[in-house]
Structure formats: structure tokens, C-alpha cells
Design a protein around this ligand. Structure first.
Ligand code: PLP
Length: 383
């Protein structure tokens, strides 16, 4: 098998996904044919503007909101920063309830806001990483400060899914704003904003086979915030700077593809995850999985695995890389950091996690043979 496996195998799809070839075609065409500045009033500019507005319609249609509520950004990080910082600056938010296992772009924003006087509360979590709804409700009931709840839909390291419909209801009962980071679920789960009320929602194209550096922020029409970036009047005055037209068109194409093919893609990813779990358990009986206890309880693209401690498990990522397998120790943003994963650290406080977990994250483009190859390589490394 080894001789035929000279390509690299990519199991790091929660960090980023490769561009879909159809998305590359769309973007290439736009690059070649639409260089007009969307703010110019001549025909070339108007053509570019039309493309951006069509892309906005795609996003609005896919999450079921008004086109006037969709703002293009440079990705999940900017969308999350904008939601939190502008809610404090413009909506009178004095308190934010979040969790210790959010992405760093939320956690570091919270640290900054806390230094600036905002009260930040980290909600209790269940052992799986899912929010403890009783704790959330209790915090929401405390005091009378204007509150924003920021909780992610699915966790990028351990796959845990929060019930955002339930969180939304709790927020409505307590008159709190709700922001959700759906960077890992857009294109993998149906999201209908007529059914789930949120004030802000963040998405990022490179997690669903679109381009890096492009994302969007949904801002509910009732929430009047001021621009995060000052400058020109792009994005209806909300986000200055000449639009990344190729990126925006790529995002829309990738989102259309992800939503049109969601059922088949998710089914394939789920069976890859199932196969990996089975093979890992058969070959390493003492492996455990972090996050939800069952595959059904979480986002199927992510599998966080604890291997039994052994001298080589310390260097597992390196050995796998040498063997041609891309995986990760946690989120891509914390790789290379001495501290390790903040998600695993937070979960270790409530459930037993041994060793340094490996995060495998699957795509519909992966194959069962690739999973088998991974397991064979692990057997060699762990001997
Ligand atoms: C849950 C989550 N939120 C936010 C981000 C940041 O998105 P971006 O890379 O588009 O800035 C990521 C990326 O890893 C993520 O997984």
C-alpha cells in the first residue's frame, strides 16, 4: 500500500478546505473579466457591483434572511470581532456570556473587552463540551446589565454541537443579544434564521471549499451598529474597503455547492468518521474520543482522538507528517504554541483527557483507503 501512497493525505479539513475546482473556475472568470471597482458608476464598475449583490443574495437565500442583513468580511475572525466589539460600542452591551472553548478570535476579543470594563462570564460546560444550559440560564437571570451571549454552533476541535435554537430562546426570554460563530457549520448544517433568532452570525468561506480571506457577518436588521472599519461607503457603510470581488463570488459559489450537496457530503463524511473510529478502536483498543460520546452527537467532520501514552505519541504529529498525513493537534491557530489546545485544557477540567489529542478532520473528498493508510501508519509509529 505504501508504494502507491506517494501523495499527501489531508485530514485537516476543520483547519481549512481545498478550493473546489468549480469555485476556482468561477473566481478565475471574475478575475479575468471583472476588474471594475464595484463603487465606480461606469458600466465595468456596475458589472462588479451586480456580481457582489448576486453573491449577497446567495448567502441571504441559504440562511434565510434579508439581503440587507448580510455583510461581506475578510473571514470568521473579522466577523466575530465586529459582532462582539460593535455590540459593546453601539448596542450598550455591558456583559458577555461565552465559553472557554470558543475560537481564539472570540476569546482574545473577550480578554480585550474585559480589560476595557466589560463583564465577561464563561458559562459552565458539560463533559462533552456542550454548553450547560442551566448555567447559561442562571447567568442570564443575574443582574440587569445589557447582555450579549456569544456561543459557537460547533466546536472546531472536539466536534461538539450546541443547541443554538435553545440558546436563542433563552436569550429572547432574558432580552439578551445572541451571536453565534457558525464558521464550522455553514454548508454542513441547515441554518434558517426565520426559525432561529440570532442577532449576529459569522461564516467563513475557506471552511466550505471557498477561498481564504473571505467571510460574512449576518447582522439582524433591528441591530443598528456603526462601521467596524472606517473609510468608504462599501457594504452599505458598514465595512469600508474595496470589496474582494473574486473572494466574494468564490464564497457564494462554494456555499451554493455546499448547500446543494449537503446531504451527500455529510453522509460521506459521517461514514469516513465511522470507519476511522472502528479501525482505531480495533487497532488501539485503549483509544478514546473527545467531545460527544457518539458520532451522532457531534459534527461528523471532526474526530478528536486520545492515544495511549507512549514515547512516540509526544511526536505523533511529526511522525504522521513525515508519513504524508496532515492532521492536527488542535486548532491550526494553536499549533506551534507551547501551551497546547485551550479547548482540551478547558475540557480536561471537567472530564479526564490523557495525552495530547490528535484531531482528524474529514472531507467528502477523502477515501476509506486514506483512513486505512492513516491507521497503518499509526500502527508503525506507535509500535
Ligand atoms: C470556530 C471558528 N471560528 C472562527 C475561525 C476563524 O475564521 P477565519 O480563519 O476565517 O478567520 C475558525 C477558523 O479556524 C473557526 O474554526
Amino acid at each position: 500500500m505504501e508504494a502507491t501512497m506517494d501523495k499527501r493525505i489531508y485530514f485537516d479539513n476543520a483547519a481549512t478546505t481545498p478550493l473546489d475546482p468549480i469555485v476556482i473556475d468561477t473566481m478565475t472568470q471574475v478575475m479575468q473579466q471583472n476588474y471594475g471597482n464595484p463603487s465606480s458608476i461606469h458600466a465595468d464598475g456596475r458589472k462588479s457591483r451586480t456580481l457582489i449583490e448576486s453573491a449577497r443574495k446567495v448567502v441571504a437565500h441559504r440562511i434565510n434572511c434579508s439581503v440587507s442583513e448580510v455583510f461581506f468580511t475578510s473571514g470568521g475572525t473579522e466577523s466575530n470581532n465586529t459582532a462582539l466589539k460593535c455590540a459593546v460600542r453601539d448596542l450598550g452591551v455591558q456583559r458577555i456570556i461565552s465559553s472557554k472553548i470558543e475560537h481564539h478570535c472570540i476569546l482574545h476579543t473577550l480578554e480585550r473587552l474585559e480589560r476595557e470594563g466589560v463583564e465577561v462570564i464563561y458559562c459552565d460546560l458539560q463533559a462533552t463540551g456542550e454548553v450547560d444550559y442551566t448555567s447559561l440560564e442562571a447567568h442570564l437571570g443575574e443582574g440587569d446589565k445589557k447582555t450579549l451571549v456569544s456561543l459557537m454552533h460547533a466546536n472546531n476541535e472536539v466536534s461538539t454541537i450546541n443547541d443554538i435554537a435553545r440558546i436563542s430562546e433563552l436569550c429572547q426570554v432574558h432580552n439578551a443579544f445572541f451571536h453565534t460563530d457558525t464558521v464550522q457549520t455553514i454548508g454542513y448544517r441547515e441554518l434558517d434564521l426565520t426559525k432561529i433568532k440570532v442577532n449576529f452570525l459569522s461564516g467563513s468561506a475557506h471552511k466550505f471549499y471557498g477561498p481564504k480571506g473571505t467571510g460574512f457577518l449576518y447582522i439582524n436588521g433591528n441591530n443598528q451598529i456603526k462601521p467596524f472599519l472606517d473609510g468608504g461607503s462599501q457594504e452599505r457603510n458598514m465595512r469600508a474597503g474595496t470589496e474582494n470581488i473574486y473572494g466574494i463570488c468564490g464564497l457564494a459559489k462554494a456555499l451554493d455547492l455546499a448547500c446543494d450537496n449537503m446531504n451527500e457530503r455529510v453522509a460521506k463524511i459521517k461514514s469516513l468518521n465511522q470507519h476511522a473510529r472502528k479501525q482505531l478502536k480495533t487497532n488501539f483498543p485503549s483509544v478514546t474520543f473527545n467531545g460527544p460520546t457518539t458520532l451522532e452527537g457531534g459534527l461528523e467532520k471532526v474526530l478528536s482522538v486520545n492515544f495511549p501514552p507512549c514515547p512516540k505519541s509526544e511526536m505523533l504529529m511529526l511522525h504522521m507528517d513525515i508519513a504524508g498525513v496532515c492532521a492536527s493537534g488542535g486548532s491550526a491557530c494553536s499549533s506551534g504554541s507551547e501551551k497546547g489546545s485551550h479547548v482540551i485544557a478547558a475540557l480536561s477540567e471537567i472530564s479526564k483527557i490523557e495525552g495530547k489529542p490528535v484531531r482528524l478532520s474529514f472531507s467528502h473528498k477523502n477515501t476509506f483507503e486514506e483512513v486505512d493508510y492513516l491507521v497503518e501508519k499509526l500502527k508503525t509509529v506507535m509500535q
